[in-house]
Write a protein that binds this ligand. Structure first.
Ligand SMILES: [Zn+2]
Length: 191
């Protein structure tokens, strides 16, 4: 069986992405998001990254998963961290003018937060049919569905290589990280 690539190999693949002939609108932004996923993974968190951009495409802030390090926080998903920083550190920015890009399809918690935040656009690199909520957004309660009807939430326009890297980064160490989270809730530690 083929061994899954480790963090260093995936980081190398992100660094080696050649976007000079890119024909996808979100490739450059997507690479920044993948860099944040690598950074999160390196410190022992899930390999998910997020970046918020202003209307000109300039980076406002970068964030990554913080579920496990420096200490457990159940709301530590990359989108939650990004939106938390946006609201705490950039209160003057107009949410509807901003774009949140994230490496993985937002989960139910994050999609609810995205709705409440009023951020204008959300782009995600990889689908998450097991944990993502965007493809199930029609099942949100009516108020959530009707909130900010102009919000534009969809898959990013990126090269398939970026999509695959986003999934590989999320999958890297995933079982061990999930085991640690489940064990922690019961007061156990894992090695
Ligand atoms: Zn989430």
């Amino acid at each position: 069986m083929k061994k899954s690539p480790g963090i260093d190999e995936l980081a190398g693949q992100v660094a080696a992405l050649d976007l000079t002939t890119s024909r996808h609108a979100d490739d450059a932004a997507g690479r920044l998001v993948l860099e944040e996923a690598v950074a999160a993974l390196r410190v022992g968190n899930y390999g998910v990254g997020a970046v918020i951009f202003d209307a000109r495409g300039e980076v406002v802030l970068r964030a990554g998963s913080r579920v496990i390090r420096p200490q457990f926080r159940s709301d530590g998903h990359a989108e939650m961290m990004a939106l938390g920083s946006l609201e705490a550190d950039h209160p003057a920015l107009v949410p509807s003018t901003l774009t949140l890009m994230v490496s993985l399809e937002p989960c139910p918690m994050c999609l609810a937060r995205i709705k409440l935040s009023g951020i204008g656009r959300v782009r995600y690199l990889a689908d998450d049919y097991d944990g993502g909520m965007v493809h199930l957004a029609g099942r949100l309660p009516p108020i959530f569905r009707l909130l900010h009807p102009d919000q534009d939430i969809r898959r990013a326009d990126v090269d398939p290589a970026l999509r695959e890297l986003a999934l590989a980064l999320f999958g890297c160490n995933l079982r061990a990280l999930r085991r640690a989270v489940l064990a922690r809730a019961k007061g156990q530690t894992t090695t």
